[in-house]
Design a protein around this ligand. Structure first.
Ligand code: ATP
Ligand code: MG
Length: 566
């Protein structure tokens, strides 16, 4: 492609909206443009890489006998109403009405539609197992779209759904997707880890996430250097601590603490550590109000709490509700005298002489002790794992890292097939419910993650497999006839060999062209300059910065071997 004909709006300045490297570089290199918050257009260079990633995904899915099709993005409400997800999705779902006032949405994920399709098309055990997939646009009105295409509101996902006769079949289909995903992310040259993920209160017997290790990742991973255990922090189990309480139990007292509400304020007031407090949080679990308690320095894990309670929705109670159940303003809740269900973290069991709210505005209790002062606490692991915790498998110290979730594989079991009555006839002519798995990869998020892991101060460093072009040819002076004709010939010969070439035939200064070539990250650069008259060109490798001069006759062979070796 001739650059003089292309839309590559590179930018010198870093756009203010971009916080992370991949977002900055995708805008600076002219790969994409923002249309609205969380909505992006892919420009020609970006779209080429995007299509290559799609193609890698397609090849590896096909290799595992998954079949591609494409569903609609515009979906009638009924499908989601049957499974209850029309309500569960809440404000994240983009909803609209047609001219007949019928409800529709823009699909956020397609379990229902695939299940209905298989239900009507597959009747017998002879047609199972079956895995179907699509590479299609999804719509989610995310609370906080950010980081460019990492978390946006319109994005392309490869979503696959497997249908099986039984658990053993589901296990095989799931493993096939695990293999496909590993190959896909290997081919994209991503450094990733597979972690155990939460599979929810309702169903599902297994779930793993493919995480790209990165400082800017929104997910936290807990992993063990000794035994290889890895899980995301929603899932990672905290072990019950060993308690050795030989402290004398002091008598409980009510202390006046006007305007002292936050843990920091309390630490200052009582002149002690956050570990001396048990913080009580009031939640609304579906329609039931409950209390949850964790140590003052700990983070409550809402996924664990929700799984324990088995509720569909979990949210912090509003101020009014807190007042109603605790008789006090927010900031003064505690377990003593509360008549609602109280779930306390395992660790709280071992706390002695601790401080809690007194369910009385402006008061706390000091020297509270479990059993002696509290009643009916249910002790469960409901906090988020952190540094200092131990591996739930081998008990060695746990490490914490951040990651970007690029893919997710999930055993759904009969969650959707049961709700939508998706059955098959077994060998004995009996009707059985199919078992299902679902498997997602974000194409744009994968692209951004590749850039996040492959860049330097000059720009992107594309892996060969996903680069928009493999080679860039830069004539130093396009008005010089020898240079122009050598560059032109080289451009043609490389194309004849099936190599993807970008030809910088713009009338720009060499410095501008070099900077752009580095910024857009093309792996191999060939510069045709003064030595063209001697049949010599300059050859540079983006990844290593290695540069040498080579005979024009040897260029094609060199390019071919570098493409293979890159
Ligand atoms: P997250 O926890 O990051 O919101 P999710 O659990 O909602 O992800 P899934 O529903 O499992 O994600 O979607 C499958 C894949 O789709 C994810 O692994 C990710 O690569 C991609 N994806 C999900 N949400 C977005 C988004 N808002 N923007 C871009 N890609 C996304
Ligand atoms: Mg999400």
């Amino acid at each position: 492609m001739r650059m003089s004909k292309m839309l590559i709006p590179t930018l010198r300045e870093v756009p203010a909206e971009a916080e992370i490297n991949s977002h900055k570089l995708m805008l600076r290199a002219g790969l994409m443009r923002r249309i609205a918050s969380g909505v992006y257009a892919y420009l020609p260079l970006g779209f080429r890489t995007f299509k290559k990633i799609e193609q890698i995904i397609r090849e590896e899915m096909d290799r595992e006998n998954a079949q591609e099709l494409v569903m609609s993005a515009l979906i009638p409400a009924e499908s989601y109403k049957e499974t209850g997800r029309w309500d569960i999705f809440g404000p994240e779902m983009f909803r609209l009405k047609d001219r007949g006032n019928r409800d529709f949405c823009l699909g956020p994920t397609h379990e229902e539609i695939f299940t209905q399709t298989v239900k009507s098309g597959v009747k017998s055990y002879k047609n199972l197992p079956m895995t179907l997939y699509q590479i299609q646009t999804k719509y989610r009105d995310e609370r906080r779209p950010r980081f460019g295409v990492m978390r946006c509101r319109e994005f392309v996902m490869k979503d696959a759904y497997s249908f099986d006769k039984d658990e053993a079949g589901l296990d095989e289909s799931y493993q096939a997707m695990y293999r496909a995903y590993s190959k896909i992310f290997d081919r994209c040259k991503l450094d990733y880890t597979v972690v155990e993920a939460d599979s929810g209160a309702m169903g599902g017997s297994g779930s793993q996430e493919f995480m790209v290790k990165s400082e800017i990742g929104e997910a936290q991973i807990a992993y063990c250097e000794s035994c290889g255990y890895a899980a995301n922090d929603e899932k990672a189990e905290c072990l019950e601590p060993v308690f050795n309480n030989d402290k004398e139990l002091l008598s409980m007292e009510e202390v006046k603490t006007p305007n002292v509400k936050t843990i920091e304020q309390l630490c200052e007031f009582f002149n002690c550590e956050a570990t001396n407090f048990a913080k009580t949080l009031i939640y609304k679990a579906d329609d039931v109000i409950i209390a949850a308690i964790v140590r003052g320095d700990r983070e409550l894990n809402e996924t664990k709490l929700q799984n324990y309670l088995g509720c569909n929705e979990l949210e912090m109670a509003d101020d009014e509700t807190v007042y109603k159940v605790t008789n006090a303003k927010v900031g003064f809740a505690g377990p003593i005298g509360l008549s609602i269900k109280i779930v306390a973290d395992l660790e709280v069991k071992g706390m002695v002489n601790f401080i809690t709210g007194a369910n009385n505005t402006g008061y706390h209790y000091n020297n509270v002790n479990i059993d002696r002062d509290t009643k009916n606490l249910e002790f469960v692991d409901i906090r988020t794992i952190t540094l200092g915790d131990h591996c739930p498998k081998c008990k060695n110290e746990i490490s914490i890292a951040r990651g970007i979730e690029v893919g997710h594989i999930f055993k759904l079991g009969d969650k959707y097939t049961k709700a939508l009555d998706c059955t098959y006839l077994d060998q004995n002519g009996r009707s059985q419910t199919m078992l299902m798995g679902c498997y997602g990869i974000g194409v744009g998020r994968t692209m951004a993650s590749i850039i996040e892991q492959n860049n330097d101060e000059s720009g992107i460093i594309w892996p060969m497999a996903v680069t928009p072009y493999q080679v860039i040819i830069i004539p130093i002076n396009i008005s010089n006839e020898i240079q122009a004709s050598m560059a032109e010939q080289l451009y043609n010969s490389l194309q004849d060999e099936g190599i993807e070439v970008l030809f910088d035939d713009r009338k720009e200064r060499p410095g501008v062209k070099f900077n752009d070539a580095e910024l857009i990250g093309i792996p191999l650069r060939i510069t045709v300059g003064k030595k063209a008259s001697e049949g010599i060109v300059e050859y540079k490798i983006r990844k290593t910065g290695d540069m040498d001069e080579i005979d024009i006759k040897k260029v094609i062979a060199r390019v071919k071997s570098d493409i293979l070796a890159y």
